[in-house]
Write a protein that binds this ligand. Structure first.
Ligand code: PMV
Length: 323
């Protein structure tokens, strides 16, 4: 039996829109490079066992997994076994839990598929061999994760990951950043990121975004290298607003924000001389990226606005670990 823990990540430059390709090697192939911060406190813990007979048993968050989730898990595991040229098990026992609210706007699919990839390799090779193999084949492992969910390819290491083409690689920046999530809504996303990626393709703003994203990435990389938090923050916010505008202008139009999202963002934008900056994933919750602990200020802001919200205070993290 293999036990592994993996963390999600928050994108600074977003993966929004993927190729329409029937080539299995190009599944979840992003239209643009993306840059992210791997978290540490938010974790998915997965247990996996290969069985020689019997039937699959799959539990997610303490409940028997849905047919759709079972299929995704089976498909991902099977693909890795075939890529490793090793036999697919007759049956499995899979159990996975998150220590963070699944609908908190923290991408649980990234940590779930990173954990499943590590667990599958652990069952196939044995934990010790898997650790060695992963260390020698980092890009390949990131590619395996990408097959499950695009953003999962960035959860293979950290704190900073750059995903370009098939896989993500570790970046070295001197800043130690943290992510404080304002959980404004725990409701399940109205539009899945899968449908969001699809709708983005019809957005009249996508072409312009794609033409400018490399230059924004280069500027952001420079800001992170030179410890220029202000420039980094401005680029971070422009990027998040752009992603959501691309989504909004697609067909169908995709709106992830709620009234509270709008109120919080305008209140933050009105604050002069900030040293914390916002970004958002495909959801209504606001991620605040900062160097120092800003939870006190954020709580004061929420109370001034009369908004009741929980804070998820996270720090930077790294690669999944066998337990
Ligand atoms: O990996 P997916 O298909 O869940 O897409 C993730 C999309 C965003 O979270 C909005 C952006 C990103 O780069 O993580």
């Amino acid at each position: 039996m293999i036990r592994v823990v993996a963390s999600p990540n928050i994108a600074f430059i977003k993966y929004w829109g993927k190729e329409l390709s029937s080539d299995p090697a190009r599944v979840n192939w992003a239209l643009n490079p993306s840059l992210s911060l791997t978290l540490s406190k938010a974790q998915t813990t997965t247990e996996l066992e290969f069985l020689e007979l019997g039937q699959d048993s799959m539990t997610l968050e303490g409940h028997s997994a849905s047919e759709k989730d079972r299929e995704k898990i089976r498909q991902h595991l099977g693909r890795i076994c075939r890529a490793m040229e090793l036999p697919v098990p007759v049956a499995i026992r899979y159990q996975s839990e998150n220590n963070f609210p699944m609908a908190a706007g923290i991408a649980s699919s990234a940590s779930a598929f990173a954990a499943l990839t590590w667990a599958t390799l652990g069952c196939l090779l044995g934990q010790e061999e898997a650790e060695k193999w992963i260390a020698l084949n980092k890009r390949r492992v990131s590619e395996f994760c990408r097959w499950g969910s695009g953003s999962a390819c960035r959860s293979v290491d950290g704190p900073y990951m750059l995903w370009r083409d098939d896989a993500a690689e570790l970046q070295n920046f001197p800043l130690k950043l943290r992510d404080t999530v304002l959980i404004l809504s725990r409701a399940k996303k109205t539009v899945s990121s899968r449908d969001g990626h699809q709708a983005a393709l019809s957005s009249p703003l996508l072409a312009k975004r794609l033409a400018g994203v490399e230059s924004r990435l280069a500027q952001m990389t420079r800001a992170l290298e030179t410890h220029d938090l202000k420039v980094f923050g401005q680029l971070l916010e422009t990027e998040a607003l752009e992603m959501h505008e691309v989504a909004r202008r697609g067909t169908p139009s995709v709106e992830y924000w709620t009234e509270d999202t709008r109120r919080v963002l305008s209140a933050i934008q009105e604050m002069t001389d900030r040293d914390f900056y916002f970004t958002l994933d495909a959801g209504p919750n606001v991620h605040i990226i900062s160097e120092r602990d800003v939870s006190g200020e954020l709580r004061a802001l929420l109370s001034k606005l009369g908004i009741v919200a929980e804070l998820w205070e996270d720090k930077s993290g790294s690669s999944p670990q066998y337990l």
